[in-house]
Design a protein around this ligand. Structure first.
Ligand code: ADP
Length: 757
């Protein structure tokens, strides 16, 4: 620059030739030109421009250099003159220096206007007369510094922004108090806090819930050692809606150091793995549960690699094969331990696997001690990506006990069949629906038929046509109600003869009381039945034959009674009285016996007429009262309806009720008769306060020849046929007969008849 100044023609400038330059200019120039610091001088009123070598680079290439040397300021710096002129002028006026730092002063250089930053000072240059002649500019271009700083700032900003927008929870804890300098949205969310609660505060103040979970110690450790800390699936309690919840976090504490390597803050990054950890825990739990179930079910578990031809077996598996545990099990032995008896079954099952993907078979196995056991094997085949069989997983179960039980059952059933088959009686089994599924040999032997009678209720064919209806009804009722089945019916023998059978069946129930099956027997009662009929015939004949002499005896007794009714002979009177009474008893007895035989032979005929029931009751009461003076018979009439019935027969029923009431209540003297109407039926009841009946006797007293057993009853004469006849009579009238009684307290006998409309 010194050379350029010297060579320049200054004559045309306001300072003129250098020989005439004032000393002040010379001095200023010599200082500036020798300085290694960039310097620029605006001289005089025209602000003529001088600069040194150090200033030169700031002018760039293809710019102002060297043209501006000696130019007027306003010509040299037209692009910035409005910025710098006020500063220069200020120095000229005030004589005070200026200071500007990193000021943007774009200048023309390198062929264009460039943004250039400067730190510069303008200071006055005084001439010999102490007035200001020029301005010295000392300056440094700071463009690079400014850019570098800006970049740093931008980087910092970017850094923070990165944290703020990161898709993972991030934050920075500053200093030993771990003040939350920055925390992104995800971190705040994780903490369960909003920004104002935690930002610029020590973390354990803003998030006191995180205290005492060992996190502070970890941070202290990172701060002192400068070594980062990483946690995996660490449970941390964090607040959610006022309650602490457990979260499983992966997190890093990364120390942030200054230039000297001192830790100044901790950068933290966290990921919430709670859902994954929980589902993993669930899987583990369910695996555990499965394991417990497998253990409890005592199943042996196996896995077989089809390609490698290798198996893995559980301890229980080994135990089922008689080994202590799986380590003791030699898988090559297993095949040898399978019993050859089921070879075919096993290979069929194996073939089926290819078809269905499932394995299932039962087989006998040997243990090494020679004992035989049963197992059930189950498995499922799994395929690889190419759909080739890859492995099989399955279980085995020790079913030795079940097999033994099954065998016992079969043996027991065989025994039962053997027994049943050899029985002379007919034995049969029905299912819950009442369909017969089994007959013993005797049935086939008797009927001469084969097992086809079991099909489609074919057995009905062997029942006498007259007995079928009642047979079906009773069987259906039994199956429906679960009550025992009882029926007398005739079965046809292979020679065509029908023989009477008494059939009984009982339901067999399981522990819950559900019917499992019916077991029945039929016993041949034909001969007994015939004897019975003969007996009935005999009774009928005998009572018929007895009737005539008794009637004549009765007539003569009555004649005698009439003849001697005014006699004073006490003996005669008494004898006649007794005779009369006994003849009445004998007459009833004989007519009862006759009735029984009539009933048995089905020849009890009804001569129905229409009559008022109360009239009949009154007549009968009078008759009975006449013979039994001791007892007081009271009649309580509630209704007097008409019935259409056999008057004689109904009178007989009532006579039987009343004589029984008197007979079986020797201790109490009141008998109460009541007539009422219930549901369109006439009901007559006879109540005594006598010896009463036990529950088990109440139904049976209506059976033929049934008399209650007991020391009391012996003292009462009777045949046990009165109530049988009564019930038959009522049955024939479509009525109902029954008794209410309590032992020792008395009985009430009832019958009901339909009202004649
Ligand atoms: P019987 O001629 O033996 O009285 P019934 O057929 O009339 O025959 O009665 C059958 C049985 O019923 C009797 O033997 C007796 O044990 C019992 N019985 C009948 N009526 C009564 C009654 N009112 N009180 C107690 N037991 C009675």
């Amino acid at each position: 620059m010194e050379r350029l100044i010297r060579e320049k023609d200054w004559s045309k400038t306001s300072v003129g030739n250098p020989v005439g330059w004032p000393q002040s200019l010379r001095t200023a120039l010599s200082i500036v030109l020798s300085s290694k610091f960039p310097g620029f001088i605006f001289w005089g009123k025209d602000h003529l421009c001088f600069y040194n070598d150090a200033y030169r680079p700031s002018l760039g290439n293809e710019g102002k250099h060297p043209n501006i040397l000696g130019q007027m300021g306003k010509d040299a710096w037209p692009e910035i003159w409005d910025i710098i002129y006020p500063l220069i002028n200020q120095v000229f006026i005030t004589g005070l220096s200026t200071w500007s730092e990193d000021q943007l002063i774009p200048i023309y250089r390198n062929g264009k206007i460039e943004d250039v930053y400067w730190t510069f000072s303008y200071s006055p240059i005084f001439d010999e007369s102490d007035s200001i002649a020029g301005v010295l500019t000392t300056c440094v271009e700071t463009t690079k510094d400014v850019y570098a700083r800006r970049q740093l700032e931008r980087a910092n900003k970017q850094y923070y922004e990165n944290i703020m927008q990161a898709p993972v929870a991030m934050c920075i804890f500053k200093g030993r108090d771990y003040i939350v300098e920055i925390a992104n949205e995800m971190m705040l969310e994780l903490w369960g806090k909003n920004a104002s609660e935690v930002l610029n505060k020590p973390i354990f103040e803003g998030l006191p819930e995180a205290k005492d979970q060992g996190l502070e110690d970890l941070m202290n450790q990172v701060f002192t050692t400068g070594i980062k800390f990483e946690a995996f699936e660490r449970p941390v309690l964090l607040p959610r809606n006022g309650v602490l919840e457990t979260f499983y976090l992966n997190f890093v504490y990364q120390p942030v150091k200054d230039e000297e390597g001192k830790v100044i803050s901790i950068f933290a990054m966290a990921t919430d793995l709670t859902p994954q950890v929980l589902s993993k825990q669930k899987i583990i739990e369910s695996e555990d549960r499965l394991k417990i179930v497998i253990d409890a079910s005592r199943l042996g578990v196996w896995e077989y690699d089809v390609k490698e031809k290798k198996g893995i077996f559980s301890d229980r598996y080994a135990q089922i094969f008689g080994f202590e545990n799986r380590d003791k099990l030699d898988s090559t032995k297993i095949i040898k331990l399978l019993h050859p008896d089921e070879e075919a079954i096993r290979s069929a099952a194996n073939n089926k696997v290819i078809e269905t993907g499932y394995l299932n078979y039962e087989t006998k196995i040997f243990w090494e001690d020679g004992s035989i056991h049963w197992i059930e094997a189950n498995g499922k085949l799994f395929y690889d990506e190419d759909n080739n069989p890859a492995k099989m997983i399955g279980t085995i179960k020790d079913i030795t006990n079940e097999k033994k039980y099954e065998k016992d059952l079969v043996e027991r059933e065989e025994k039962f069949r053997l027994l049943a088959n050899e029985m002379p009686q007919f034995v049969w089994i029905g299912n819950t629906k009442g369909i017969l599924t089994y007959f013993n040999k005797s049935v086939y032997k008797y009927t001469g038929l084969d097992e086809s009678i079991l099909e489609n209720n074919g057995w009905a064919e062997i029942v006498h046509p007259d007995d079928r209806e009642i047979n079906f009804k009773l069987w259906k009722d039994a199956v429906k109600t679960g009550n025992d089945f009882l029926c007398e019916h005739r079965f046809v023998r292979k020679d065509g003869q029908y023989r009477w059978q008494l059939s009984r069946a009982k339901p067999f129930k399981d522990d819950q009381g559900n019917i499992k099956m019916w077991v029945g027997t039929s016993t041949d009662i034909h001969d007994i039945k015939e004897l019975d009929q003969q007996k009935d015939f005999f009774i009928s004949m005998a009572s018929h034959e007895l009737k005539t002499p008794i009637t004549s005896v009765k007539g003569y007794v009555q004649l005698l009674s009439n003849k001697y009714k005014n006699s004073n002979d006490a003996f005669l009177n008494n004898a006649l009285n007794i005779l009369n009474k006994q003849v009445v008893t004998l007459t009833t007895l004989v007519s009862d016996l006759l009735d029984v035989s009539k009933i048995n032979m089905g020849s009890l005929l009804l001569r129905k007429t229409k009559f008022a029931i109360n009239d009949l009751v009154e007549d009968v009461i009078e008759e009975i009262q006449h013979i039994n003076q001791k007892h007081q018979i009271i009649f309580c009439k509630e209704a007097n309806s008409k019935v259409f019935a056999d008057r004689e027969n109904i009178a007989q029923v009532l006579v039987n009720f009343l004589t029984n009431a008197v007979k079986y209540s020797p201790g109490s003297l009141n008998v109460e008769v009541k007539s009422s109407v219930i549901n369109n039926r006439v009901r007559i009841s006879v109540k005594d306060k006598g010896i009463g009946l036990k529950e088990e006797d109440r139904k049976k007293v209506f059976e033929r020849f049934y008399r209650v057993e007991g020391k009391n009853e012996k003292t009462f004469p009777g045949f046990g046929i009165g109530l049988f006849i009564a019930s038959e009579i009522i049955r024939k009238h479509n009525g109902k007969i029954w008794v209410d009684s309590k032992i020792g307290e008395g009985s009430t006998f009832y019958f009901e008849l339909p009202i004649e409309a």
